[in-house]
Write a protein that binds this ligand. Structure first.
Ligand code: PMP
Length: 422
């Protein structure tokens, strides 16, 4: 299959693991490979309410068997979905635009920012990913690529609460340094004549390695950007839809209100739907200056999938589950990290958490090789998970939301076995 993949799809098509896995079926938090072997899914946030959730499958197939067109005809589903979705936000964030992917959502958000501010400059962290359109890939400091950066982009250091710089005592010192860089980026964009259109950030800095941050950090960033005439775009592709427990959206958890919110991955439980939620003022500025049309975005089937996901989240109390099982899991992971000297900082929120792999002899030296070996061994032992962070030495544990305490017990039993072997 690997040879066929390369022949048909070209080289450099990423797969997870040294020994790629071939799944043929999923159910809840479980995945099954072609040999019928069962794996615990501790990674996938697309199957947000569980793989092949019958409620979502039924909603998709019922609507697909009734009507599927595009957004130039009237349909209740798009209105019902926009109403339900925006009701989960601050009342000012009251309008929605739908796309098929998170990349498109961020692409449109950047256009909205230009429309409302009249500026072009964009600020992101220096270790992130926001998607793959021509405009958005330029912001992806995390992936190797050939094309350079446009002159209207500025990066600031990604916050990192574990690997502090010389002279920094704690995360507050680190946060102050990042804010100083933000100030410099704003000034540089203004001097260059681009002005500040937007800062695009993930509210929990997930790709950067979800650092611990002092309260109010993101809000301080937002205030600085707004003072310079720009707006804040929160990329909720990863923390959104209750992932972090305690709040439906990452920005609500971290205490700031963005001007635009973008979303994707978990929205349709695997059905491709993305979206942008913003104020009516921004939507109005964008829509009057541009005629935006997206053939597949907001079709009746996609909206049926989105509505079913919101139903399941509510009916099965999955946001609360993320908070409870997340806290339980973090406690267990901390215990495990005490036992194995090469496991360092444990952090995260809700069902999005992880642990750093470090060299035991030099406490804070990231150990990517070991983390990679551990991830491969977890896969061989029937648990799928990933790696994240600037040094790619951080376990990324982000299971479907119905993940239970007994699933967590199983995960840490396997992890203890793997770590002992290491
Ligand atoms: N933003 C973030 C933070 C992401 O992680 C991703 C996908 N990994 C995207 C945007 C892009 O989403 P999509 O792949 O649906 O275009």
């Amino acid at each position: 299959m690997m040879a066929r993949r390369e022949r048909l799809l070209g080289p450099n098509n990423a797969t997870f693991y040294d020994n790629p896995v071939h799944f043929v079926r999923g159910e809840g938090v479980w995945l099954y490979d072609a040999d019928g072997r069962r794996y615990l899914d501790a990674y996938n946030n697309v199957a947000h309410v569980g793989h092949c959730h019958p409620r979502v499958v039924e909603a998709i197939s019922r609507q697909a068997g009734t009507l599927n067109t595009h957004s130039r005809y009237l349909h209740d589903n798009v209105l019902d979905y926009a109403e339900r979705l925006t009701s989960t936000f601050h009342r000012d964030l009251s309008t929605a635009l739908f796309t098929c992917t998170g990349s498109e959502a961020n692409d449109v958000a950047l256009r909205m920012a230009r429309a409302i501010t009249g500026n072009h400059g964009v600020i992101v962290t220096d270790f992130t990913y926001h998607g793959n359109t021509s405009a958005v890939i330029e912001l992806a400091t995390l992936l190797p690529r050939e094309d350079g950066f446009s002159t209207h982009l500025r990066t600031i250091p990604a916050p990192d609460s574990y690997h502090l710089e010389r002279g920094e005592k704690d995360e507050s010192d680190m946060a102050s340094r990042v804010l100083t860089h933000l100030e410099a980026a704003i000034e540089s964009l203004q001097v260059a004549g681009h002005g500040v259109s937007a800062m695009l950030l993930c509210p929990i800095f997930a790709n950067e390695g979800f650092p611990n941050l002092p309260p109010g950090f993101q809000d301080r960033m937002a205030k600085m950007v707004r003072k310079a005439g720009g707006i804040i775009i929160a990329d909720e592709v990863q923390p959104g839809f209750g992932r972090t427990g305690g709040a439906m959206w990452g920005h609500q958890l971290t205490g700031f209100t963005p001007d635009i919110v973008t979303m994707g991955k978990p929205m349709g439980n695997g059905h491709p739907i993305g979206g942008v939620v913003t104020t009516s003022e921004i939507m109005h500025a964008f829509r009057t200056k541009n005629l935006y049309f997206n053939t597949f975005g907001s079709n009746p089937v996609s909206c049926a999938a989105g509505l079913a996901v919101l139903d399941v989240l509510e009916e099965e109390n999955l946001v609360e589950n993320a908070a409870k099982v997340g806290a339980y899991s973090k406690k267990k992971l901390k215990r495990l990290a005490k036992k194995h000297s090469f496991m360092g900082d444990v952090r995260g929120a809700g069902l999005f958490f992880g642990v750093e792999f470090i060299r035991p002899t030099r406490r804070l030296t990231a150990d990517h090789k070991l983390a990679k070996r551990a991830t491969n061994l977890m896969r061989e032992n029937g648990v799928v998970m990933g790696l994240i962070g600037r040094k790619k030495n951080l376990f990324k544990i982000r299971p479907p939301m119905p993940f239970s305490r007994s699933n967590a017990d199983y995960l840490f039993e396997v992890m203890d076995h793997v770590m002992t072997r290491i």
